[in-house]
Design a protein around this ligand. Structure first.
Ligand SMILES: O=C(O)C[C@H](O)C(=O)O
Ligand code: SF4
Length: 507
């Protein structure tokens, strides 16, 4: 019997969530070398590298969004798949209890959180038979923000910025370049892409996701696709989108392309965008007792420490903000300023923005002059009933664009913290009401958790579940960059326009 199987899967989940693979580490280390340490890109890469080390030390999620756990399993004839499925579900529930995974499964319509990452068709498990004697279990934890940047093209078409894309390899190239451009910083760049050419709409996306199980440093056996991968890497890194979309040399860290036969009428190019927090690992399991025989994507000569220094390379020029903030304070900030936030901070994301349009704030909560953090944390409950933050990086802000300006006005907010930037409606709202948008480093969930000194309370927990509830934090020295100010300036629209020109030039 495979008595050790559940434990093997639990270690796979824990390790995938907390400890990035060797090939990913190497790609990120090379990016750190490329960026000027004193630039916004350099600051982002420092936070990312510190965060990667902290996740290992704390055995806690690299990023708070642990995604939709997706398993790809190869098994020999005769192994009990139903048993494996049940044991995987138990391991998922256990990893959720201990904060290695965020409770991330919510009802599709009502948003009700199941609390343990189990639900309709979740976790996703793909079984495939193979000729070998061992079992291979591979897992990818791909967060929602980068998943939202996945995109599918149907050739022939007009690709924005690049013109007509025909049913040939150059047409495929144009689609892929556009896919990187449209992600901007919202999928926590620098990212990795898996591309599926051909198939149908469903199998095309699956093929794309499977490419993310190739090693970053492998060589495509198909000569044409190998050339295409290299060409995409070279062109995409001229876009200047950079880490977090702040501008910089590194936009794309890996590009892997596979192909499937298609029907004559369809020609799809499907792209799966993965953030820098590229969490995927694999184990080879002994079918006799279910124990781990071998780890995949884990090299002997791995770069074990990513960070160069002890802490963030701060210059002393940072603006210290202590909430509650005054209008004058906020209006004096300009795009590009680095700030360190202290004091009270409230979380609020999708469910909260929807709710607050039609309801008053929970009793006793005062947000005037306040800081709203777009964040869905991983929280553990202590024995004494208090809460501990296990991971707490920013979520993609653009989803709140329809609500944000109204919410700023209604709640009297002075600062919004998130990532990826927001649109023209929010920019106008910041100007009108006197507020700023602060971009935190996406994925740096451990780094930011350490800035949260205390959870002072929570509202709407029962109704909304852990990630969507309104948490109240006491923070200290929380670093972020002003990317949209109260004077109508937005770094995001600047980078989008500049990178559009680079995209056109790559055509
Ligand atoms: O849900 C989250 O915490 C973040 C999400 O992965 C995002 O990138 O927006
Ligand atoms: S927050 Fe960023 S790093 Fe985390 S899952 Fe979302 S896209 Fe990835």
């Amino acid at each position: 019997m495979m008595t050790n199987f559940r434990n093997s899967v639990l270690s796979l989940i824990t390790e995938t969530s907390a400890n990035l693979p060797s090939d990913v580490r190497r790609a990120i280390a090379a990016a750190i070398e490329r960026e000027d340490p004193d630039s916004r890109a350099g600051l982002s890469m420092s936070a990312i590298s510190l965060n990667i080390d902290m996740a290992v030390d704390r055995v806690a999620p690299v990023c708070q969004d642990t995604g939709m756990p997706t398993f790809f399993i190869h098994a020999p004839k005769g192994v009990d798949q139903l048993f494996m499925k049940r044991e995987i579900e138990e391991a998922i529930a256990e990893a959720s209890r201990t904060g290695k995974l965020r409770p991330n499964a919510v009802d599709a319509i009502t948003g009700k959180n199941s609390g343990n990452n189990l639900g309709c068709h979740v976790p996703v498990i793909h079984f495939e038979p193979w000729e070998k004697e061992d079992i291979e279990v591979r897992l990818i934890l791909k967060g929602g923000g980068c998943e939202n940047k996945n995109i599918q093209y149907s050739l022939p078409m007009e690709v924005p910025g690049l013109g007509r894309a025909a049913r040939d390899i150059d047409g495929v190239r144009k689609c892929i370049l556009h896919s990187v451009w449209q992600a901007q910083g919202q999928g926590c760049s620098p990212g990795f892409i898996g591309v599926g050419v051909g198939g149908d709409r469903t199998s095309g996306y699956e093929l794309a996701k499977k490419q993310l199980f190739r090693r970053v440093d492998d060589t495509n056996p198909d000569h044409d696709l190998q050339g295409l991968e290299e060409s995409i890497m070279a062109s995409a890194n001229t876009f200047g989108i950079g880490p977090m979309g702040f501008g910089g040399k590194t936009t794309l860290l890996g590009c892997k392309i596979g192909k499937s036969h298609r029907v004559p009428a369809s020609f799809f190019v499907s792209v799966a965008y993965n953030c820098w927090a590229y969490r995927r690992l694999g184990i080879i399991v002994d079918p006799a007792d279910g124990s781990v025989k071998e780890w995949q994507f884990r090299d002997e000569n791995e770069i074990t420490r990513m960070a160069k220094g002890e802490g963030m390379p701060l210059t002393g020029k940072e603006v210290v903000l202590k909430a509650p903030l005054t209008e004058e304070e906020v209006r004096s900030l300009r795009v590009g300023d680095v700030v360190l936030v202290s004091g009270e901070m409230h979380t609020g994301r999708d469910a909260f923005h929807h709710y607050i349009m039609h309801h008053d704030l929970p009793e006793g909560v005062d947000t005037r002059g306040g800081v709203l953090y777009h964040c869905g944390p991983v929280i553990l409950k202590n024995e004494d009933g208090s809460y501990a933050v296990n991971a707490a990086g920013p979520t993609t802000s653009i989803r709140e664009e329809p609500y944000q300006a109204d919410v700023i006005k209604k709640l009297g907010l002075r600062a919004i913290i998130g990532k990826g930037g927001m649109g023209p409606k929010t920019l106008a709202g910041l100007q009108e009401h006197g507020a700023v948008y602060l971009n935190a480093i996406g994925g740096a969930a451990q780094y930011y958790a350490a800035c949260i000194k205390k959870v002072t309370g929570v509202d709407l927990l029962e109704e909304m579940g852990v990630p969507e509830a309104m948490w109240h934090f006491e923070v200290e020295g929380f670093p972020a960059i002003v990317t949209m100010d109260a004077h109508g300036n937005s770094l995001h629209s600047e980078i989008e326009n500049d990178s559009k020109r680079a995209l056109e030039a790559a055509g």
